[in-house]
Design a protein around this ligand. Structure first.
Ligand SMILES: Cc1cc2nc3c(=O)[nH]c(=O)nc-3n(C[C@H](O)[C@H](O)[C@H](O)COP(=O)(O)O)c2cc1C
Length: 331
């Protein structure tokens, strides 16, 4: 048996599950393991220091899987933006056929991707941005609720309302993102109108994710309250692990501090040390509220087959059995 949706058909995968782009985490081993398990993994382009390194990472992934996988291109406003055009060129030249865009409007990148037969899944955090992306011609939407790791936007609408609100206006394949970690989440997302789920935090905590084991154990130990929303007063909110550094950042900004007052705390190199060395207080590190649903470190194959199998059982079992005829109710 399998769960087939608009998403699996359009993006050519077996399972209605994606592993979204993750800075420092979305590398070849994880992406290939997700692909080999029948879901859609994304290499994170900007984790690679240069476009040439991205080309090598794509080649490395190809050596590990012959299944489809994609590349995440996160477009963030920046004083010194990375060479997006060069990263885009590498993606096109590599022959990868699926891209996840996120961060801002994908319009400048769409013509070239579509010209080369590349499908674009755009990740956004509001109905209005999803509708806009659909009107621009993207091939799928990943709608990211307030529960998510990383950037939830500034509207604070959780998935329970965001997903059905978006599904009323989205006709192309749409997956739901933020707070998903198990079969119950997949079934709920589908009931709310999505064609599948995207997960970040859950995939961080798998055998093939390259981060330090201390981080995985912290995710297993952590509960749904163990995150902080940093950068709120700067209107660039980011959900990260609650630790001494993130709590200090929140305090400084709440007391009127500006970015210059916290830049030394939030530097990317410090966050990277968490993932590389396992020092959980070395810097800020991204994680979501789904931490409260995670209590093991499975392989991607175990995780994906577990989610799909249990979702099938849930739909055909408990949910189907709760439908009764009037005569059964009377008895
Ligand atoms: C460590 C980490 C790094 C992330 N980095 C990025 C990124 O660079 N670009 C992006 O589009 N999303 C990024 N995300 C967000 C994920 O792709 C995904 O949308 C999010 O994790 C979904 O929420 P969940 O963690 O509750 O599953 C990151 C998430 C994590 C956990």
């Amino acid at each position: 048996m399998a769960i087939t949706t608009k998403f699996t058909k359009v993006f050519g995968v077996d399972a209605p599950i994606a592993q979204g782009g993750m800075q420092w985490v979305g590398r070849a081993e994880l992406v290939a393991a997700v692909a080999n398990a029948g879901a859609l993994g994304f290499i994170t382009a900007l984790t690679q220091p240069t476009p040439g390194d991205l080309a090598n990472e794509i080649a490395k992934t190809r050596n590990l899987t012959d299944k489809p996988f994609g590349v995440n291109l996160t477009i963030l406003p920046s004083i010194n933006p990375p060479p997006y055009d060069e990263y885009r060129r590498v993606i096109v030249d590599s022959g990868v056929k699926i891209v996840e865009t996120a961060g801002s409007n994908p319009a400048p990148h769409l013509p070239m991707f579509h010209e080369h037969g590349i499908k674009v899944l755009h990740k956004c955090t509001s109905v209005r941005h999803a509708v806009k992306a659909q009107s621009l011609g993207v091939d799928g939407i990943s709608i990211d609720g307030f529960e998510c790791a990383g950037h939830p936007g500034e509207d604070d609408i959780p998935g329970l309302v965001l997903i059905p609100a978006a599904s009323r206006q989205i006709d192309i394949p749409m997956i739901a993102s933020g707070g998903f970690a198990d079969a119950r989440g997949l079934v709920a997302a589908m009931a709310l109108g999505a064609d599948g789920i995207n997960m970040g935090t859950r995939f961080m905590c798998t055998a093939e994710s390259c981060i330090h084991p201390n981080v995985k154990h912290a995710i297993v130990a952590g509960d749904e309250r163990a995150t902080e929303l940093i950068f709120r007063p700067l209107r660039n909110t980011s959900r990260v692990a609650s630790n001494t550094v993130s709590r200090e950042v929140v305090e400084i900004l709440n007391n009127g501090g500006q970015f210059d007052d916290i830049s030394h705390l939030v530097a990317g190199v410090r966050g990277r040390r968490v993932f590389d060395d396992g020092d959980l207080d070395a810097g800020i590190w991204t994680v979501g509220t789904s931490m409260g649903l995670i209590d093991d470190i499975p392989t991607c194959a175990e995780l994906i087959s577990r989610i799909v199998d249990q979702a099938e059982q849930l739909i055909a079992g408990r949910l189907a059995q709760s439908i009764t005829t009037p005569s059964e109710v009377a008895v």
